[in-house]
Design a protein around this ligand. Sequence first.
Ligand SMILES: *Cc1c(COP(=O)(O)O)cnc(C)c1O
Length: 363
Amino acid sequence: MKRIYNFSAGPAMLPLEVLEHAGQEMTDYMDTGMSIMEMSHRSKSFETILEKAKNDLKMIANIPDNYEILFIQGGASLQFSMVPMNLIKHGKADYIVTGQFSKKAYEEATLFLDAKIIASSKDKNFTYIPNCSDLNIREDADYVYICENNTIYGTKFHKLPNTKGKPLVADLSSCFLSEPLDISKYGIIFAGAQKNIGPAGVCIVILRKDLLYNDIFKPTPTLLNYKTYVENNSMYNTPPTYTIYMCGQVFQWIKAQGGLDVLKQRNIDKAALLYDYLDQSSLFKAPVVKEARSIMNVVFVTGHEDLDDLFVKEAKKAGFENLKGHRSVGGMRASIYNAMPREGIEQLVDFMRDFEKKYGGIQ
Ligand SMILES: *Cc1c(COP(=O)(O)O)cnc(C)c1O
């Protein structure tokens, strides 16, 4: 078996133990004589898988009782429209734009309500997080929106904005379950599974129950209404059964690792290996300001496009895949989610050191 170090931003690496266990259960799930992919979503076996996944998630993420956990298809991107459709009350929402995903969410919201950008880091190509301690939030804004970890730019809100009492809606696609969080500070959290949770195909939505309003936006299509998912335990129609099973397997893996406190420390240590090297390198640089650095997506550049290309090419040959930065940023990006082992980063840093020795003088 060959496994490479895959630094993809998503779909991304999954824990090897999880993949191996799923492999063992692939053709005959717990003596049912069938694969989960072949199983009715109304069967006892699948119902148990869904319940266990929900309960494990509730436990590891410490989700209070006044929140619903929903499994919704359509990716994180569908939430860009579901959020405004479902939370519209006064018809206004305030957005903090710190990258492409929050920009897309803002643009989508303008289809449904009066969306306003109240802070942005666009002026410096999204390399920092604006100060959000005293923003001009509208009196009648229905919610305040952020993308907490900016997958493309490698920044993260290390302090949540002061929303002045408005519900905070946060896209946590690329940082959910990388560290413990205080769910009670949020109105809605959502996260596409394919970054740090499981395979593509489902978005996990955690929603405070008092935000389930009575159909203000009309007509809200049935499948775009949060209530449909709440009332039918995310099974109004066929859910992505295998993806939910895999997410459940990852939740069990997280429990076995010792939970989110353990993963947080591990993730901080992993990211520090890379940032510490970058900060003393004379070839590579991290463009993101220190206070805003993500521990999940590490962006770096040489400052020379051809050298960046050469690095990505040589790294691939050496077994480090998907290090090319997002097409809108260039340079390199190492996505180092929970499943990336420490050795992957140690070896990457060794490789970067050698590359610097070899090509550092040519700049
Ligand atoms: C990947 C990503 C998205 C888009 O997710 P899809 O599931 O492809 O819709 C949205 N927000 C963030 C922060 C992401 O990292």
